[in-house]
Design a protein around this ligand. Structure first.
Ligand SMILES: [Zn+2]
Length: 297
C-alpha cells in the first residue's frame, strides 16, 4: 500500500493509503535542516511499517521540478531549494519516491477520496496562512510546464492591501484565514481566531458579518476570473476556510453571478474540501502509486 508524506512548516505528516482511505497515520515535528528532514521522513515511514516495496509520494510546500525529482524553490522551507530530495530518499528507503507540490497533491487527494469525487474539473483553494490552489483538469492534476500552476491566492481582486508576494490587491491579502482575522480586528476592535469570528457572524454580529462579506466577494471575484478563463464550475475550499464556507459562499456566489456572464450562481458548486489534513499525504501516496498513470516509471 502506498505511503504519503506531507512536509509542512510545522509538522511532517505520514499516512498509508488502503481500502479507499488513510489507514494509518503518524507525524514528526518539522526539522530545521535537510539532513533532519531525511531522517524524519525515514523514521516516520519505518514507524508505519517501512516502505516495504511500496511507492512513496512526498508533498512539499514549494515548486517541484517538472521531472518531480527536485524542489526548485520552497519559501517556507528554504533548506529544500535545489536539493535532490527524491534521489536522496530513494537511497535511504530503497524504494521509488515521487515529489509533488502540496496544493496539487491535496487536489489529487480530494479528487480520489474527498470532495472532488465525481468532478473532472475543479480548483481546490486552501485558505490558511496564505491561499493555495490546486487544479484538476480533465481528471488530472494540472501543474503547468514550470510546476507553478494554481497560484489562485495571487489573482488580483481589487483592493489596496499589499500582499506578501510584493503585489497589491491579491486574494490572499483579503481572504486567507489570517487576512480574515486581520479584517476582524479592524471591524470589531479585538483579535479573534477565525472560528470565534464565525460564531459571532452566525449570531448576527453585523461587524463580524461584514468580514465574511468582504472576503466572500473577493473569493467570488477570483473564482470568476478562473471561470472566465477555464469555465470551471467547482470550487472546493480547504484549510481554515472550510468550516466558514457557509458564511463566505453566499457572497462569493453573488459575485460569480455578476462577473461570470452566461452563468448563474446555480451553475457553480462551492463546497468544503473533505480530507482536511489528510488531503496532501493521500494525494501524494496515490500519485506515487500511479493511480492516474502519471507517476514516474
Ligand atoms: Zn500576492
Amino acid at each position: 500500500m502506498p505511503v504519503g508524506v506531507d512536509v509542512g512548516g510545522t509538522a511532517v505528516k505520514f499516512g498509508r493509503v488502503a481500502d479507499g482511505g488513510v489507514a494509518a497515520r503518524t507525524r514528526r515535528p518539522a526539522p530545521h535542516d535537510y539532513a533532519g528532514l531525511l531522517d524524519a521522513i525515514r523514521d516516520g515511514i519505518v514507524e508505519l511499517g517501512g516502505p516495504d516495496g511500496a511507492a512513496v509520494g512526498v508533498a512539499v510546500p514549494g515548486v517541484v521540478a517538472p521531472d518531480r525529482r527536485r524542489v526548485l524553490d520552497a519559501p517556507n522551507l528554504p533548506f529544500l531549494a535545489g536539493r535532490p530530495l527524491a534521489a536522496d530518499l530513494e537511497r535511504a528507503l530503497g524504494t521509488a519516491v515521487v515529489l509533488e507540490n502540496d496544493a496539487t497533491a491535496a487536489a489529487q487527494g480530494e479528487l480520489w477520496l474527498g470532495g472532488g469525487r465525481g468532478h473532472r474539473d475543479f480548483l481546490l483553494a486552501t485558505l490558511g496562512t496564505g491561499v493555495g490552489g490546486g487544479l484538476v483538469l480533465a481528471g488530472r492534476p494540472w501543474r503547468g510546464p514550470g510546476g507553478m500552476a494554481g497560484e489562485f491566492g495571487h489573482l488580483p481582486v481589487g483592493h489596496g492591501r499589499p500582499c506578501r508576494c510584493g503585489a497589491i490587491g491579491c486574494l490572499e491579502a483579503i481572504a486567507s484565514a489570517a487576512a480574515m482575522e486581520r479584517l476582524g480586528r479592524e471591524e470589531l476592535g479585538e483579535s479573534l481566531p477565525l472560528p470565534e469570528l464565525a460564531a459571532r457572524a452566525r449570531a448576527d454580529d453585523q461587524a463580524a458579518r461584514r468580514v465574511f462579506a468582504v472576503a466572500g466577494r473577493a473569493l467570488g471575484e477570483a473564482f470568476a476570473q478562473v471561470a472566465l478563463l477555464l469555465d470551471l464550475r467547482v470550487l472546493l475550499v480547504g484549510g481554515g476556510g472550510a468550516p466558514v464556507l457557509d458564511l463566505l459562499a453566499p457572497h462569493a456566489l453573488e459575485r460569480l453571478g455578476e462577473r461570470a456572464f452566461g452563468r448563474t450562481p446555480d451553475d457553480f458548486v462551492l463546497a468544503p474540501a473533505e480530507l482536511g489534513n489528510d488531503a496532501g499525504l493521500a494525494g501524494a501516496a496515490l500519485l506515487a502509486a500511479g493511480v492516474n498513470g502519471e507517476a514516474r516509471g
